[in-house]
Design a protein around this ligand. Structure first.
Ligand code: PBG
Length: 322
């Protein structure tokens, strides 16, 4: 076996999986204030950006060749309420960011999150009655949210809420309102995970979240359920499927890819990013190598692409020929 490993040229020649810039989706956090740049302490190297900085980042994505970016808003706490009504405001932060990006760099894909958590006072992804998350009422609200984002110019609607039946309902709403070209990337297998902690810091829900999300996000012990989720979402009209978190769920990614043979994405979530960055900052691991190795692992497991906060760093490295 070692004959093939002896030299760099040979290792490159027999390598089965490759990571390219075309595999990357860059998630970013939007905040009020055009030139704002506030570091997210639990995500070293990541900042919440005002719209001017978001546009600059989108331009950099375009220059590097990163195909798409994903937007997540930090909503002003005063604008959060029980029903997440700010999600339906055509002038909300995400909608303004979409329009600004599309005006500046129309060729970079814009993916927007559909879920109510950045807009609700309780931090949940859906509407509540007491301690219950209401399914169908939430789905109706998510359809309106998706239409507002599509009207602002979003290319891909990415429902991350995990309500039942939302993909079909959103697909119909999009089609009936002239947005049949807008894709749906379904967070199909999304687990109730501890690895979202830093993200919740970034969007300002870690302090407000009441309870947990276990009545709608998946149980970490399950994989058959992930197959059923993906099957339903595909039948309802999802164009692409996502598995989230990423690294701890590579088995789920592989199973979905092998079962359905559709474009399947992994989300290397905030906690995964934070672990690598924290260990690297302590000098415990080589951060640059861990970054590339972790992303290669997604490709090996069958991912067509990865949402990763490392997107700009790894794209710069790949562009430099590293
Ligand atoms: C919210 C949402 C979450 C993430 C993406 N969309 C957090 C959650 O479900 O609580 C997590 C992303 C990350 O951790 O990087 N619907």
């Amino acid at each position: 076996m070692r004959r093939l490993r002896r030299t760099d040229w040979s290792r490159r020649l027999v390598r089965e999986s490759t990571l390219t810039i075309d595999d990357l989706i860059w998630p970013m956090f939007v905040v009020e204030g055009d030139d704002t740049a506030t570091p997210v302490p639990s995500m070293p190297g990541v900042e919440r950006w005002g719209i001017n900085n978001i546009v600059r980042a989108a331009e950099e994505a375009g220059a590097l060749g990163i195909p798409a970016l994903a937007l997540f808003p930090y909503t002003d706490p005063d604008l959060r309420d029980e029903n997440g009504s700010e999600a339906l405001n055509e002038q909300n932060l995400v909608c303004r960011a979409i329009r600004a990006i599309k005006a500046a760099v129309p060729n970079v894909g814009v993916i927007t999150d559909v879920a109510l958590d950045p807009y609700t006072s309780h931090g949940h992804d859906g509407l509540m009655a007491g301690d219950e998350i209401l399914n169908d009422e939430t789905v109706a609200q998510l359809c309106r949210q998706a239409l507002v984002q599509a009207a602002a110019g979003a290319d891909v609607i990415a429902p991350s809420d995990m309500m039942d039946g939302r993909i079909g309902a959103i697909r119909r709403a999009l089609d009936e309102n002239g947005f049949s070209h807008v894709q749906i990337m379904s967070y199909a297998a999304k687990y109730a995970s501890a690895f979202y902690g830093p993200f919740r810091d970034a969007v300002g829900t870690s302090k407000t979240l009441r309870g947990d999300k276990r009545t709608y996000q998946m149980d970490p012990g399950n994989t058959d359920e992930a197959i059923r989720e993906a099957e339903l979402d595909l039948a309802e009209g999802a164009d692409t499927i996502m598995v989230k978190p990423g690294m701890p769920y590579l088995d789920v990614l592989r199973r979905i890819k092998d079962t359905f043979a559709v474009p399947t994405f992994a989300y290397q979530v905030s906690g995964e990013y934070a672990m690598i960055q924290a260990a690297a900052q302590n000098g415990w691991i080589d951060g640059e190598r861990a970054m590339v190795e972790s992303l290669m692992a997604f490709k090996r497991a069958g991912a067509d692409g990865v949402l990763t906060y490392f997107a700009p760093a790894v794209a710069r490295q790949l562009k430099a020929g590293g």
